[in-house]
Design a protein around this ligand. Structure first.
Ligand SMILES: *Cc1c(COP(=O)(O)O)cnc(C)c1O
Length: 391
């Protein structure tokens, strides 16, 4: 970390993105930390070996390439430390394994990323951890759901697919009053748009696959912890033997440098297209907390510094064959999972089988990622394809 950017600094987010985790003087002046491929790290003497006096001891745990990204994320998150995982999902499961033990209970928002729920209902259950799902809009009411053995509250805001904005400070206040840790999947906002630790979160999770990498070419995850949660996170991560290949870490670090600029564009274009869709007769509902009409707008405005390019829509009820024709008619929106890259994407989703709370939707639902293309081209593409939904 550059000295003038140490914690407490008032530098702007883009300045921090450029400087965080970089030590050119340690790399012969080269701007970027190179890709260190390595397992074995040699000690120069028996004395050093016995005393474990190397800056690096084994490639699984640390290397300059790993430290460059971890230090940058630690600084951006305002955390005590950061660990990397081979995917966003692995980051989620690592954070949970750091937080709970057999016999504990964990509260999980009903709107979490679905594979995370699958982990809770499968692996966690097998290991004797009890999970219950709560309404993401519960706020301070979470206090009533806390049991004597509730050790963690898992949040994700806005929620996956349905984009409910959670009152994180209220939830964190209630959880901490009863000694539970607060975990948050902060992939949608990234540390730039939502300061998770500053709002009371103990363990902040990123699927770096999305905006950190930003180019649809890397799978990576991270968990950043405050001082209270860091020792458990560090030890659990070490015990699980998790590591990430240095080429992918390098690509994620490279992506991070431009994340602020990309997010500004994703925010502006995403909001413009969300507003455009709101006016369309084929669209019944737009789920984007940046819209004044959105039920989560007030909390979003209070807590967030912006929006990314991901939101949801509900179409007016229409037969599925027409939805398929609409999707096939799109030229600029790719159909595929994941998001956060430079390109626009669209996928249908169905929450009816993946939630404890009943679905409120009557028409087909779609998740849209607005990439870095020109807005006029994207709306022209949508306009052309929406004709397929009309009789
Ligand atoms: C994509 C995603 C993940 C998982 O990331 P992978 O790298 O695909 O495993 C976790 N949480 C959220 C909110 C995501 O969108």
């Amino acid at each position: 970390m550059a000295d003038h950017l140490k914690s407490g600094s008032t530098s702007g987010p883009n300045t921090r993105l450029v400087s965080a985790g970089r030590r050119p003087a340690d790399q012969f002046g080269f701007v970027n930390t190179p890709v260190y491929h390595g397992s074995t790290v040699l000690y120069s003497s028996a004395d050093d070996l016995y005393a474990n006096r190397n800056r690096y001891s084994y490639g699984r745990r640390h290397s300059p390439t790993i430290d460059a990204l971890c230090d940058a994320l630690t600084e951006l998150e305002g955390a005590a430390g950061t660990v990397l995982a081979p995917s966003g999902l692995a980051a989620v499961t690592t954070a949970i394994l750091a937080a709970v033990s057999a016999g504990d209970h964990m509260l999980v928002a009903d709107s979490v990323y679905h594979p995370m729920r699958h982990f809770c209902d499968g692996v966690l259950k097998r290991f004797g951890v009890e999970v219950s799902y709560y309404d993401p809009l519960i706020g301070a009411g979470i206090a009533e759901l806390m049991q004597p053995n509730t050790k963690a509250v898992f949040t994700e805001s806005p929620g996956s697919q349905t984009f409910e904005v959670q009152d994180i400070p209220a939830i964190a206040g209630a959880a901490h009053a009863r000694g539970a840790l607060v975990l948050m999947d902060n992939t949608w906002a990234t540390p730039l748009l939502f300061d998770a630790l500053g709002h009371g979160v103990d363990l902040s999770i990123q699927a770096g696959t999305k905006y950190v990498s930003g180019h649809a070419d890397v799978l990576i995850g991270s968990v950043s912890a405050n001082a209270a949660a860091w020792p458990r996170l560090r030890d659990t991560h070490g015990d699980l033997g998790l590591t990430v290949g240095p080429d992918d870490i390098y690509l994620a670090t490279r992506g991070l440098r431009t994340m602020g600029l990309r997010l500004e564009r994703h925010h502006a274009s995403g909001l413009a297209i969300a507003r455009w869709l709101l006016e369309r007769p084929e669209v019944r509902r737009v789920m984007h907390p940046g819209l004044e009409e959105d039920p989560g707008h007030a909390i979003w405005k209070r807590d967030f510094r912006g929006a990314c390019g991901l939101f949801g829509i509900e179409l007016e009820p229409v037969e599925n064959a027409r939805v398929r024709r609409f999707l096939d008619a799109l030229a600029l929106f790719g159909m595929g999972y994941s998001w956060g890259g430079y390109e626009s994407l669209i996928v249908p989703f169905d929450i009816s089988k993946s939630r404890s709370l009943p679905s409120v939707f009557e028409g087909p639902t779609l998740r849209i990622h607005i990439g870095l293309e020109d807005v006029a081209d994207l709306t022209a593409d949508l306009d052309r394809a929406l004709a397929e939904l009309r009789t």
